[in-house]
Design a protein around this ligand. Structure first.
Ligand code: GLU
Length: 334
């Protein structure tokens, strides 16, 4: 294809291991986000036959330092690119630690049906067998395809495609670190072509009611995650209750906790804090009223969302409503 006929893909780089540099190729230690996006693009043979690349450095951080400020910058830039007729698709290059959070946030806040793909790598760019170049190739190929249109944010890692809502980092090392534990992978990349297995049926992107402006106007409502464990008391929850607009319980089993912790959460809910019960197990769902009387305790059930994704959805839900019934409806629809 003539170069001018290739789709134009915007690459928004934020850093991460994919841009990480080691002192030596076999070293365990490395500096995340050290390499500029131009170096990564140059390391991928064939990339410029797939698409015309417009690369921008939005941040240079390990994604453990991902912040609401960078999310606002990314979402703002994506909104501009969504309106730019010359741009076919967008790739966000990201560290893997919080990649699923940024993907889910963008899937709810980016009002576009253009392909939007997040990609990272587990091995630093300078490591033996670095998989970043292959992942970046697949991400650009996916963003250049029409099959990715209208699916919200997608995650590509290790030849697997995940919907943003489903993607989860499930291992701290190794290249098979991502999975979609509840609903399975969205599809796979094979020979640079996407093969989708399913459609995502929950609300996202053009069908989302959330906006960056409403979130900013609400001051990014503070939502904290509290991790449940044997012997938990109410101290942490009581301490948070005066500061947080919302608390997400990373509960044991189906969003459960000790009687003491639940009593503290009920006190917080009665004082107007939005309390969401999710599960620390990594898979399954938390439904209303199974072991806990959510109606009496004024709790919200997180459904399939992990604690870290429930935090994002609750923050957005708080930016559009103060009604607990509306918060619960969000957890049933997104
Ligand atoms: N902590 C780094 C990050 O998230 C390393 C994880 C990675 O990118 O693989 O940026």
């Amino acid at each position: 294809m003539l170069e001018q006929n290739l789709p134009c893909i915007a690459l928004l780089a934020t850093g991460g291991t994919i841009a990480g540099a080691q002192a030596q190729a076999n070293a365990a230690g490395y500096k995340s986000g050290a390499l500029p996006i131009g170096n990564l693009v140059d390391a991928v043979p064939g990339l410029t036959s797939l698409a015309r690349i417009q690369a921008e450095q939005v941040a240079s951080i390990g994604s453990q330092n991902m912040s609401h400020a960078v999310w606002a910058k990314l979402a703002g830039r994506i909104a501009e690119l969504a309106d730019d007729q010359a741009i076919h698709g967008i790739v966000v290059v990201h560290g893997t630690d919080t990649l699923e959070e940024t993907a889910y946030f963008l899937s709810l806040i980016a009002h576009t049906d253009k392909p939007l793909v997040l990609v990272g790598a587990m091995r630093p760019a300078t490591a033996l067998g670095a998989e970043g170049p292959a992942n970046l190739y697949n991400a650009v190929a996916l963003a250049a395809s029409d099959a990715a249109r209208g699916r919200g944010a997608l995650v590509v890692m290790n030849e697997d495609i995940h919907y943003a809502r489903e993607a989860q980092k499930i291992a701290s090392m190794g290249i098979c670190a991502f999975d979609s534990p509840n609903r399975g992978r969205a599809g796979v990349m094979h020979g640079g072509e996407p093969h989708f297995y399913s459609r995502n049926t929950t609300r996202h992107s053009l069908d989302s009611e959330f906006t960056l402006s409403a979130l900013q106007a609400a001051g990014w409502p503070r939502v904290d995650v509290v991790y449940a464990h044997a012997g938990m008391d109410g101290l942490l929850v009581d301490a948070l209750a005066g500061h947080a607009a919302g608390i997400v319980l990373a509960g044991v089993g189906d969003g459960n906790a000790t009687d003491d912790a639940l009593a503290a959460l009920a006190r917080a809910a009665a004082a107007g804090v939005a309390v969401v019960r999710s599960s620390r197990t990594g898979r399954g769902l938390v439904g209303r009223g199974v072991e806990i009387d959510d109606d009496a305790m004024r709790f919200i059930a997180a459904g399939e969302l992990s604690p870290q994704k429930a935090r994002i959805l609750l923050m957005l839900a708080l930016s559009v409503s103060q009604d607990p019934a509306a918060w619960q409806r969000c957890f049933e629809q997104y």
